[in-house]
Design a protein around this ligand. Sequence first.
Ligand SMILES: Cc1cc2nc3c(=O)[nH]c(=O)nc-3n(C[C@H](O)[C@H](O)[C@H](O)COP(=O)(O)OP(=O)(O)OC[C@H]3O[C@@H](n4cnc5c(N)ncnc54)[C@H](O)[C@@H]3O)c2cc1C
Length: 376
Amino acid sequence: MKKIGIIGGGISGLYFANILNNHKDYEYKIYEKLKNPRVDVGYGIQLSVNSIKLLNKIGFKNIPASDLSFPTKINFFNLNNNEKISEIDLKQFNDNQNRYTTLKRSTLLKFLIQNIPESKIKYNVTLKNVENSNIIKANFSDNSSENFDYLIVTDGALSNSRSLVAENEILPKFNNCLALRANLKQNTNHDISIFMGPKFHYVVYPVNQKNDFNFVAIFKKKLSKSELNNHNIYQSENFLSFFKKILNSYSDIKFENLEETKVFPIFISNKIPISKYKNIYMSGDALFTFPPSFAQGASQSIETANDIFQCINNNSKKKYQIRLKKILSVNWRSKLNSFAFQVSNPMLIFLRNFLFKRLLKSKLFLNYYIGKIYNE
Ligand SMILES: Cc1cc2nc3c(=O)[nH]c(=O)nc-3n(C[C@H](O)[C@H](O)[C@H](O)COP(=O)(O)OP(=O)(O)OC[C@H]3O[C@@H](n4cnc5c(N)ncnc54)[C@H](O)[C@@H]3O)c2cc1C
């Protein structure tokens, strides 16, 4: 029986635990910093078919369809005049069993945690250090220790555990963007809509079949070091009025119609950290944090967890190495999207719109740019 420690009970860690539930020759324990399960997280998440295929293997299909949405298009609009520029038909990447899906994060987390026995998650605990000889000895903040054959570090973008296991710790950097997330009622469009404006874009999509929508806007904004570290300012009147002013002057969706708004800075990785230890893996945002403009963070977190399991089970690192290459190809696409969604120079806007109209109709381009990530 192999014993595996999972640091962080988010999307990647919980997915990994679900795989282990189906393989009885592994024993595991999850160590989560929060005091309680994090199933009440609002807002939405988009999952492309690459992760839906893996989620379906652990029973995702049993979630009631009313708690999910299956958008068939991504529509791109010019924020200044609401003119539609182009669209991507998402159906071409689906198959009979697996469809592009949007949902509430809470729906995903509840599903991922439902089959994890309570005794297998320890809350309110973080990793303090690791000693590695033949076996990994993990020491925790509550002064407990445990021996493992493998350790999976999946404690998110601002991971504290990464520095304990990586030989080249590379901290994700603030990318001069703030995200404003909110819930929205009464939108009528059941596809994904991306409104692109100078230095600011927003995305709206349904999260179920009950008229609940997710709203996320990404704004370019530089912050000083002290502003960045002061989490209270994000919800301050000053900050919120900054968003309110931009939204109310440019967008059809008015700030007053948004519910449960939350502002936070976006951190992104530049390099992939390498583990110091053969049997310790990093996964999800702890391994690499993408700009959110390709909506691939969670999908990659799930795929990476699956690859790590294959490596452990087959005693070969090949899948992980291939995954690291894929992460880099997702990264440049995410960065390119971020740039394209927010260009401000009129010449570049013209060029972007021209290319969107042309390229998004080309099967060859879509298969290369999107199909390679969703379907290979
Ligand atoms: C604005 C925005 C929109 C996004 N939209 C999408 C999208 O539509 N589709 C998509 O695929 N991705 C999206 N993402 C990315 C996605 O949310 C992340 O990539 C994904 O949540 C990463 O999963 P994870 O398991 O690695 O980390 P998380 O889900 O962050 O989980 C980490 C867990 O570790 C715990 N933890 C933290 N520190 C410690 C510690 N020291 N010890 C123990 N536990 C700890 C945390 O409490 C948490 O439970 C978006 C990101 C942003 C910023």
